[in-house]
Design a protein around this ligand. Sequence first.
Ligand code: ACM
Ligand code: ZN
Length: 730
Amino acid sequence: MKRAITLLTAIVLGYVLMARTYDNLVPKPLEVVPGEGTFVMEKGMHLCAPEELKSESSYLVQHLEKVFAFDVPVSDVPVYNSITMRMADGMEREAYRLEINENQVVIEASDPAGIFYGVQTLLQMMPPAVYGQTCMELTRYELDAAVITDAPRYGYRGTMLDVSRTFYDTEHVLRLLDWMAYHKLNRFHWHLADDNGWRIEIRKYPQLTEKGAWRGDGEVTPAAYGQGHDRYGGYYTQKDIRRIVKYAAERHIEIIPEIDLPGHSRSLIGVFPEMACDTDVEYTSVNGETDNVLCVANEENYRILGNIFKEIASLFPSEYIHIGGDEVDHTAWNNCPHCQALVKENNLEGPGGLHSWFVYRLDGIISRLGKKMAGWDEIIIPDVKFDPATMVYAWRSVESGRMSVEKGYRTVVQIGEYCYLDMKQSEAERGHRWAGVVPLSKIYSLEPDGILAESAADSGLIAGVQAGLWGELLAWPPRFMEYQLFPRLCALSEVGWSSRDARDYGDFEQRLYEKHFSRLYNMGINFRLAPPDVTFDGQALQVRPPHPSAVIRYTMDGSAPVASSPVCRGDIVTDRPEKFRFAAFFGDGLSSIAVGASNIELYHYIDPEMTVESNFPLSAKNLESLAGRDGVGYSGRVLQEGDVLTYAMASPVECSRITVSSGDPYSGLFYITDAYVEYTTSDGRTVNAGELYHGSLSFVPSGAVTQVRVVMTDSNDGYTAVLRGLEIEE
Ligand code: ACM
Ligand code: ZN
């Protein structure tokens, strides 16, 4: 055995020793030609760069300082034994050439962005500490000689972040921009206003952020997404925005601001109720919001929006401003006398015509400000023609992307089933599911040209790709945003940058695990680790790590492993396999979800006969469903303090544990925020089992149970509460 381990160590070490500094790059470059020898980085090394590359050269020096014990002086004249940045003619936009030989390192490009991407490649060749979480004091480091010739496949390589539903402060946004830059991503689509919060200071209308940036009790927008009754929110001042825009520009990232209109406008209407239609008819949009659609016929709306966009246009140098345009509920328009009069006067085709009318008006506002309009793919559903420079973000399906290119629009591929990083990464993990489960391999498999299918549309209309992260579920667990983004954003970077032929999922995974995880770790990212694959063969638990360098820890009592749990070094012989839980660990504190063997029952449930009652309206069908373990019930209204749901057992139930849950099983939304659970035992005692935490509670009853009651102590958020059947363990 010892011999085998020694041999294995030798093989692993051998591989590591064989790996060259130009291996394991993400995204994979176009061409790497290995050279002879190494370039030695040591004291005396200069960085030579012309004045016009001052930003790129100081960026590189700042990073090199994280690993070297010596300073790297910057010079604008050539110095022997140096890193040289040089502008060259005739290269494509953002392309670069990086040559490393025994005498020097040369980065050449025809634009500063290309130089910047050469710098990113060079950083990936350095020890991961170059990204700055731990300090190194190297006196010497060798780069393997090579010539790398590289250029992006697409000009648009983006990330969209929804800061309306979950707010991220300036520092957090700056960190995200850093992480994007490290992956050669160059567009940040900033979803700044939606139903649940207005996040950008508009000087002319300070109430938009004084009121519209906050939700909770007594605020203009109600509590949402489990944040309960506390005041929740935040916004960016114009000073913050200028700082973020500048920081992004230094990293060659353009920021495209979005104000989502005319639907998704609850926070705007909360501040200016007169912007809504003239009707009392109630509606709930597909995403569960009321009062969130602007009136199309109200001329004053366009004046206010014009003023808002004027300030936005002056803050963002981007070519495009995104006006949203998605998921508009038509009820208000159909019932508003002014909208209906507009339809008649202009012979519009119903609500679709009103939608186009609104988008046209905004297009006019945006173009008068010297900008181009961008919007979600619904803006082109009615057969109307916008300026061909309009950029359409295809999100609903491959077909909606095809529609966009066939109609001749520049199209960003952000299709939900590949690019929505709010989707779950596996069935067992937290996340949305309406567009399916989106594991790493799924986003990697995106082929943007796939939207063309058989059509004759011009592939040049595909501007690029973007990952999107919506904020409904990001408030917990801590740093879930990073968990959802990485490593899936690494895959997206390769879809956007690397050539079609260079892409290979196995090879990508190898580079990820060999080196890139260490980079992400040093960037300080709380990235997602895949759990191990565990099965039971009748005698032993067989544990396969998700990748060769993962450390697997385990417990034997059904609890989730922690960093101090024992390390699993092989198969585990046991006659109690259902009690074991395993998780993968990386570095200091990152871990995967905990899993047990996938081919056995981990829990022994009992399904006793019971009836369910409520003191609030719930249909007979819902009550019947809730009497079963997988049952789901929708209250259809907000629950209030004093509302009670009672699970009454037909006869006393002896069990080891009961779990009470709430919330939609698919989306995790609409759970109960404020409630406690009590139960009654066969000897007549009533016991308080505790409060729900993020909508659920597990407890060990102190006797045979005859009743379990969920007692609301305050209203839940959202327009409905979702109740669930009890899980009762033997
Ligand atoms: C969207 O996901 N509603 C663009
Ligand atoms: Zn109206």
